[in-house]
Design a protein around this ligand. Structure first.
Ligand code: FAD
Length: 453
């Protein structure tokens, strides 16, 4: 058995879903010496070509990096594959751009990573562990969570398979079948919200000389108030461009002429980069995808089942934290395995009781950040506040961590990030009102001296 856990009882764990979070969780459990069976609905992602319709690249930040470090993959991911993005590069409608650094003081970056690459890497790493078994083309169709029993449909042969385990971990995404089974439990709270905006992915190809057509180390944003377009760099020097917009607006763009006129008006500098023909072809090749946020709790059933990742807390993608939060679930869970010496009842209960507040918080922050990205970033009030935050952060780095930095470059619990921001708002309000009153008094005194003395 691996890593010195040989004196403990080996648990038999089934992880449902070999996406990003399930594959990582399998590694954490394997490192602890448990037997892990990983069941995945789709084919092995390492053998299938990139599917369209799901984000092709993702922003990896500190919480995700910490988890990858725990399983020995951070250095490879960052050094060999990740493309650092040091700030937002804002595109105006006249084609001019300017940069808002993510972290002007300590110069930290987020990293653009390929979804399929990362998922494949995690699965590949699991091959290093003899205690991990992988079953692809297995769709969970029925679950008795209290008994720890599951039924899968083998999608290639149409057979059904019944299995049992000590622990079932549902990492089967926003439309989780494990969560559906949990909903039958009393006191399980659940809500989901589809936002009115959808997204559609386009692509800027590499330059003829094989390089990038835009400065590479930025997350490019075309903020246009009610909607926005963003672009993240890929390893092959192409860009994945994502247009986020109300569905009603997508629907209006139903002809080539309307689409091109729309791009000419709002994103003119992107047309030569994407290419007129490619823009039209790619735009009409797929329908925009919806965005859903899920909140639920508790995350567990007795000592038998747990949901993590999007299955427990799908969030809208505007803070770039969905995967990072899911990876953080795995880290926190591992810490609880350590703390409670693999006692499942205690681990699951504590995870459920402590995690929801932070996942609800990142869900709310992600909703807010859409407004910041598509609209507020262009406003003087946002720029003023960002300058104040950056200045005080530079002056007092341990005392004043701006919201974005606390979410992205620290492991401060998400709910504390919000509380910290609320406290900063109060401090700044007081400070500004004192400065304002001081300026008024000063002005009045100067006026009096000038005209009445
Ligand atoms: P998933 O990735 O959905 O994986 C779930 C897996 O379970 C899948 O492989 C699925 O096939 C499998 N499955 C489903 N049902 C069953 C079943 N019945 N039986 C067996 N298997 C099943 N996050 C970031 O951190 N940074 C970003 O920049 C970012 N950008 C994003 C951009 C967009 C447009 C979107 C939509 C999301 C973005 N996210 C980002 C969020 C991120 O994609 C998710 O949080 C992440 O994929 C969650 O991983 P997961 O493993 O929990 O779920």
């Amino acid at each position: 058995m691996q890593n010195g856990y040989s004196n403990k009882k080996q648990l038999d764990v089934i992880v449902v879903g070999a996406g990003l979070v399930g594959s990582l969780e399998a590694l954490y459990l394997a490192k602890r010496g448990h037997r892990v069976r990983l069941y995945e609905f789709r084919e092995d992602i390492r053998k299938t070509p990139q599917a369209r319709g799901r984000s092709i690249n993702l922003a990896l930040s500190v919480r995700g990096r910490r988890a990858l470090k725990d399983v020995g993959l951070e250095t490879h991911m960052i050094k060999e594959h990740g493309i650092p993005m040091t700030g937002r590069r804002i595109h105006n409608t006249d084609g001019s751009t300017y940069v808002i650094p993510y972290d002007a003081n300590t110069k930290q970056s987020i990293y653009s990573v390929g979804r399929n690459y990362l998922n494949g890497l995690l699965l590949q790493e699991s091959e290093q562990y003899g205690n991990v078994e992988r079953y692809f083309n297995h769709k969970l169709i029925e679950a008795n969570l209290k008994k720890g029993s599951l039924t899968f449909l083998k999608t290639d042969t149409n057979e059904t398979v019944n299995v049992t385990a000590d622990l079932i971990i549902g990492a089967d995404g926003a439309f989780s079948a494990v969560r559906k089974a949990m909903m039958k439990q009393p006191f399980f709270d659940f809500s989901q919200k589809y936002i009115e905006h959808g997204y559609l992915e386009l692509c800027i190809p590499p330059a003829d000389n094989g390089g990038f057509l835009m400065p590479a180390n930025y997350l490019h944003i075309w903020p246009r108030g009610e909607f926005m377009m963003i672009a993240l760099p890929n390893q092959d020097c192409s860009w994945t461009v994502t247009l986020f917009m109300p569905f009603a607006k997508f629907k209006n763009l139903d002809t080539e002429e309307k689409l091109l006129a729309f791009f000419e008006k709002y994103f003119p500098d992107s047309i030569p980069l994407i290419g007129k023909q490619k823009l039209v072809e790619d735009f009409f090749a797929v329908k925009p995808s919806p965005l859903v946020a899920v909140k639920c709790r508790p995350y567990h059933v007795e000592d038998k089942a747990l949901i993590i990742g999007d299955a427990a807390h799908a969030v809208v993608p505007f803070y770039g934290q969905g995967m990072n939060a899911g990876f953080e679930d795995c880290t926190l869970l591992d810490q609880l395995f350590q703390k409670h010496h693999d006692n499942l009842a205690e681990i699951l209960q504590e995870f459920s009781e402590t995690r929801w507040e932070d996942t609800f918080a990142i869900s709310d922050l992600a909703m807010y950040n859409y407004i910041e990205m598509r609209d507020l970033v262009t406003r003087p009030s946002y720029k003023f506040r960002k300058a104040m935050d950056d200045f005080i952060f530079w002056l007092l780095p341990n005392f004043w961590v701006p919201l974005y930095n606390s979410v992205t470059f620290s492991t401060m619990p998400y709910s504390l990030c919000i509380k910290n921001r609320e406290w900063q708002d109060r401090v700044l309000k007081k400070f500004l009102s004192i400065v304002g009153i001081g300026a008024l008094i000063g002005g009045a005194v100067a006026f009096k001296i000038k005209y009445y003395s």
